[in-house]
Structure formats: structure tokens, C-alpha cells
Ligand binder design. Structure first.
Ligand code: SF4
Length: 388
């Protein structure tokens, strides 16, 4: 064995040279990664598609065509983009892809008026979306997060805890998938599935912009509703930014005492402040909003609660949407029809706009987070957990 004594300069060089193979391997890895990791186009707005097309040396007008193929014609294969040259289609096949979610299962009511979709994301997590027909309305209820941090006591999603925010593309892809599956347009979107939309504000607003873009899905802005549990700073931001999408606030109780019990977020965003934020929104936007009230037997369905609610919303023109509880756990029950009618009667006398959303999806576990929750419990080797 031969030892050499190196001077400090040689030592430096020797230290560096031993890293050369690693550096080359690293560069190769990045190169291979660039070759294999395809860019997903779902969730890109028209500007981002323009940038993407320019990056690959194409003219800007191609972005409009791409936007149209993906969002209006709901095409998922570049080979079907017939106004693209063969070489462009082949290039796109190599470097890009369309689609971020995979169907796990669908539960439907016998009349097919409600369908609940369970999707799996690329990292293994699952999310759910619901489709409902009511008269001429064809509504998609979409998720904005996997799980939810707010832990409302009556909600199946809350029991899962928070996993992660959905990307803009993952929100948009739910709608595209449902439209393709039904081979039909959706008239209304409600962001009221799993998660709190205002805790994923930027991605939710970006998705709404794609939903409403007239060259793509083209759903009217007032046909898109964002439903929040009452994140005050986000309600104010939404008002200040002048968005035209509809706003709904999940209220569920008129006093802090009861709302704290049902929705722990109330401890941070008390009911009075939520109402003030709602009034601020109405003042800024000149739009009214809807308060959702999940009606739970023996919890918030008494006449005492009616009067508290009337007092709270006094002089504030708004709509109240009563949602009889869709039983997801043994702790809470749905009120009887008699109790539901008794609850809404005093409002009718006051000429308040009040509606009752009778669940169409009870027998398919269509409550928020419920299908996911049950799937996880029933599938031992759950397909819905993240890839490790
Ligand atoms: S009701 Fe909505 S905000 Fe509350 S835990 Fe469920 S998903 Fe979250």
C-alpha cells in the first residue's frame, strides 16, 4: 500500500475530485427527471398555458386552442387535438399530461339524481365530490382540501383531520371528470365538499377563475358558491378583492356557547364577528349572502334557537339555507319533518328568504367526508392513504 503526503492545494483538489462522480450522477438524475416528469396542464389558466406553449417554441394562439381542448371539449388525450400538428402532439405526449385524479368508486341513488364520486390523487390521498340534479340545476359539490383542520363536531371530514390543500388542478379536475362522466355540462358549482375553502384561498379562487372563464367551462360567476365556516380575514379579503362568486357561511348556531360546541373554529372567529364580516362583505360587494344552518335534532332545532337566530340576523337581508342533518355519526340525529317545519315557520312570517335543502344523498352517504370515511374503514388495504 502506498501513501502520499499531499500539500494543502492538492488536498483541496483531491477533496473536490472525489465529488465529481456524484455531481455527474446528480446532473444526470435531474436530466432524467426532466425527461420523465411530465407537466400536468390541468389547473393552468390561459396565461400559464401561453407561457407553457412559448417555452416549447409554439405561438401564443396555441394556448387558446389548448385551453379550449382541455376545459371546453374536456379532452384528455393530446392525440385528439386535431388542430395540432403530429409533431406537436407527439412532443406534448412526451412532456405533458392531462389529469390529476383517478376514480375509485361512484355511489348513486336509484334515480341517478345524486352521485357521489371517490377519487384518488397522485400521492395516494383520496377526496370526494358530489353531483346533484334539482330541477334544471346540475350541481357539482367539490372538495378543496384533503381532510379538514376545523373539526366540526357533526362532520365526517372533520374526524379525518387535515391532510393537505388541493392544488388548483385537483379542484378543477373534479369538475372536468364529473362532466365527462355525465357527458353533460354542470350548471352550478358549490365549494362545500371536504375542507375549508378559505384556508386554501389562492387555489380556490384560481379554480373559480377557470370554472368561469368564457373560453372554457364558462359557468357564470353567480352560479359558483364558496361556502366557508367563517374565516373572518378571508371573508374580508374576498370582499376587498371584489369577487363576484356567491358566498355562503356555515353558521349552525346563533350563540357562541352552542357554536363553540359544534364548530371549534368559533372560539377563534366568534359568531358576532362572523356576522360583522358578512355585513362588511355585503357593504363592499352589494351582494347578499346565504347562511347555512345544519339542523340537528335536539341540539339547534328548538324555538329558543329560532329566536336567537332571528335576533342575530335582525336588519341584515340574507338568505338562510336549512340543511337537515345527514346522519354520519350516532352522536347526532336528523330532526323529524314536523320539527323542520316548526323551525322554519317563524321565519316565513317575517318574510325572510329561507329554504330547506332536503338531502338527496342520504342513502349513498353523501354527507361531507362520509364516503371517504367509510371507504377508509371498510378497506383494510385502503387505496386512500398517501404513498410512503
Ligand atoms: S363541516 Fe366543513 S369546515 Fe367543518 S370540519 Fe367539515 S369540512 Fe371542515
Amino acid at each position: 500500500m502506498r501513501y502520499e503526503i499531499l500539500n494543502s492545494k492538492d488536498r483541496q483538489f483531491s477533496n473536490k475530485s472525489q465529488y465529481f462522480p456524484c455531481i455527474i450522477a446528480f446532473i444526470l438524475l435531474i436530466f432524467l427527471n426532466m425527461q420523465t416528469e411530465k407537466e400536468n396542464l390541468i389547473g393552468m389558466n390561459i396565461k400559464e398555458m401561453d407561457k407553457f406553449m412559448q417555452k416549447i417554441g409554439e405561438h401564443g394562439y396555441r394556448a387558446n386552442q389548448l385551453f379550449n381542448w382541455i376545459y371546453k371539449k374536456r379532452i384528455t388525450s393530446f392525440n385528439q387535438m386535431t388542430n395540432f400538428s403530429k409533431s406537436l402532439r407527439s412532443l406534448l405526449n412526451n412532456i405533458a399530461e392531462i389529469g390529476l385524479i383517478k376514480l375509485v368508486k361512484i355511489n348513486s341513488t336509484p334515480n341517478n339524481h345524486t352521485k357521489k364520486f371517490l377519487f384518488q390523487l397522485k400521492d395516494g390521498f383520496c377526496l370526494e365530490s358530489v353531483f346533484m340534479i334539482e330541477g334544471k340545476r346540475r350541481t357539482a359539490c367539490l372538495s378543496t382540501q384533503v381532510g379538514c383542520a376545523l373539526n366540526c363536531d357533526f362532520c365526517a371530514t372533520g374526524k379525518m383531520g387535515f391532510k393537505r390543500n388541493l392544488s388548483t388542478g385537483e379542484i378543477v379536475d373534479q369538475l372536468l371528470f364529473i362532466q365527462r362522466h355525465l357527458d353533460s355540462d354542470i350548471s352550478n358549482v358549490v365549494l362545500m365538499g371536504m375542507g375549508e375553502p378559505f384556508l386554501n384561498y389562492d387555489n380556490v379562487i384560481a379554480a373559480c377563475e377557470i370554472f368561469s372563464h368564457d373560453k372554457g367551462i364558462a359557468i357564470g360567476k353567480r352560479k359558483i358558491t364558496i361556502s366557508t365556516a367563517g374565516i373572518i380575514h378571508a371573508i374580508k379579503r374576498f370582499a376587498d378583492e371584489g369577487h363576484k362568486y356567491k358566498l355562503a357561511i356555515s353558521l349552525n348556531a346563533a350563540s357562541d356557547e352552542l357554536r363553540n360546541q359544534l364548530m371549534p373554529i368559533n372560539k377563534k372567529h366568534p359568531v358576532r364577528e362572523v356576522i360583522n364580516a358578512a355585513k362588511y362583505y355585503s357593504k363592499q360587494s352589494r351582494y347578499g349572502l346565504t347562511f347555512e344552518y345544519v339542523l340537528i335534532a335536539g341540539v339547534n332545532d328548538s324555538l329558543k334557537e329560532v329566536f336567537k337566530l332571528q335576533k342575530l340576523l335582525l336588519d341584515y337581508p340574507c338568505k338562510i339555507n336549512i340543511i337537515p342533518y345527514n346522519e354520519t355519526c350516532k352522536k347526532y340525529q336528523r330532526p323529524t319533518e314536523h320539527k323542520i317545519n316548526e323551525f322554519i315557520q317563524p321565519f316565513l312570517k317575517l318574510n325572510v328568504v329561507i329554504s330547506v335543502r332536503r338531502s338527496k344523498g342520504e342513502n349513498i352517504n353523501a354527507a361531507c367526508g362520509q364516503l371517504y370515511y367509510l371507504s377508509e374503514q371498510s378497506l383494510n388495504a385502503s387505496p386512500c392513504m398517501p404513498n410512503s
